[in-house]
Design a protein around this ligand. Structure first.
Ligand code: FE2
Length: 426
């Protein structure tokens, strides 16, 4: 006892080497860098009774999509929890709720935990970021809630690159682009290899319409990033998207085939599915021919990795892949029975993809119109939800509603209005 982690929390291990491996793992994990699970495994090899070492190992394994190993590590942490402090017990319990597939209860547990232990970063982390427990709450106000959450935590963290990057992300997603960029530069000066920093710096550049500057920055940054790291595939998607906006089709396919698509990407299935579906359809909207085989491969990938609905953000992208691949039965299952945090919105979106695949533009408009006022409930960043914005605009154009299409972009996504990446614009 008496040992503290890098955020000043007491740790129930008396082995300095275990603490050092743990701290190294925490920094790797919070920075989205490869090697966190190895570091935590080393921590528990030094001290097999180190409860939070096992809990952190479980969390890192989850981010590598190794769910069975994660559950085993968490079971060991839970066995050991009784010997630890209240903070450690609650920390492990919150993770347990997440791993048990109880996101609403996990979110409540995290919000309560950080009231008392704001600097318990691995717990606080669960509610941060676009793909966190607030991001995927399915609530209308979840972007504002995320901002409130990181606003409250930021002063507790002092000069900490991770929390700065998380708050900068919240600022970006609520339209405060300049403030986001300033804070992110500060965070990146403290740790230039924080992938959560480079990621949302790229988002701020996207929101500012800085295609050229963003591309140059991110491609250079990505070249030094281990391709086994959690954000490699998604950052490759950002590069592919900018290449598309810049009219560089060759670079777009190169990024897709080296980092985004099934087989190429080493990241989480949710990123592989959503990023691949989004870039393929955004390429089609921009007038680029997409080989049908790409959609078939993606539809198979979606069916394999997301056999049941529930993850609404994944579900709308799975439905898109199934529609474009002509997999009617797979599509119908989502369109008719989608469950999950925004299942009620997934169904009309899935029907719209089906209508679009049949070129039934009026049918697509009827279904999309139901969802456009509440797309944040589906999850994902603003840049990701531009898939829906651009699809909606394209449907309007197909119906000859050119003024309405322009108005939609100018009012909803002005950053895309000047040079819309939609070939159907006259
Ligand atoms: Fe992103």
């Amino acid at each position: 006892m008496g040992m503290k982690d890098r955020y000043g929390n007491g740790l129930s291990t008396d082995q300095p080497a275990a603490r050092d491996h743990y701290d190294r793992g925490v920094a790797l994990f919070l920075g989205g860098n490869f090697g966190a699970s190895d570091a935590f495994a080393e921590a528990v090899a030094v001290d097999p009774d180190f409860a939070l070492g096992h809990a952190a190992l479980a969390r890192a394994l989850m981010m590598e999509a190794r769910m069975a190993d994660a559950k085993a590590a968490l079971a060991r942490a839970t066995e050991l929890a009784g010997r630890g402090t209240e903070r450690e017990r609650q920390h492990i319990a919150a993770l347990g709720l997440l791993l048990a597939g109880k996101p609403d209860e996990a979110r409540k547990a995290v919000l309560e935990h950080v009231q008392t232990y704001p600097r318990d970063a691995l717990v606080a982390q669960l509610c941060t970021n676009v793909f966190g427990l607030i991001g995927f709450s399915g609530e209308v106000g979840r972007e504002a809630e995320l901002l409130a959450y990181t606003s409250a935590l930021l002063p507790q963290y002092g000069e900490d690159w991770w929390m700065m990057s998380m708050h900068a992300l919240s600022l970006c997603e609520t339209g405060q682009i300049d403030a986001s960029m300033r804070l992110m530069e500060k965070a990146l000066a403290l740790n230039p290899r924080n992938a959560n920093g480079s990621h949302f710096k790229a988002h701020a550049q996207y929101e500012a319409g800085d295609t050229q500057g963003g591309r140059a920055y991110l491609e250079t940054w990505l070249a030094e990033y281990d391709n086994r790291s959690v954000l490699h595939g998604h950052l490759s998607w950002h590069c592919a998207l900018w290449a598309l906006h810049a009219g560089d089709e060759e670079a777009m396919w190169q990024a897709v085939d080296s980092g985004v698509a099934p087989g190429a990407a080493k990241g989480l299935p949710i990123n592989v599915l959503t990023d691949t579906a989004a870039i393929l359809y955004r390429a089609e909207l921009a007038g680029i021919a997409v080989e049908p085989r790409r959609w078939s491969v993606l539809s198979d990938y979606a069916a394999q990795n997301f056999p049941e609905t529930g993850q609404s953000f994944a579900d709308i992208h799975a439905a898109l892949a199934h529609a474009m691949a002509g997999e009617g039965a797979r599509l119908a299952k989502i369109a008719e029975t989608a469950k999950g945090f925004a299942g009620d919105l997934v169904r009309p979106v899935a029907r719209a993809w089906g209508a679009i695949a049949r070129e039934d533009w009026a049918g697509a408009l009827a279904d999309l119109s139901q969802t456009m006022a509440r797309t944040e409930r589906l999850g994902g960043s603003r840049a990701q939800r531009d898939l829906l914005e651009l699809t909606y605009v394209n449907v309007l154009l197909k119906l000859g509603q050119i003024d309405e299409a322009r108005r939609s972009l100018t009012t909803r996504r002005p950053v895309l209005a000047e040079a819309p990446p939609v070939a159907a614009f006259p």
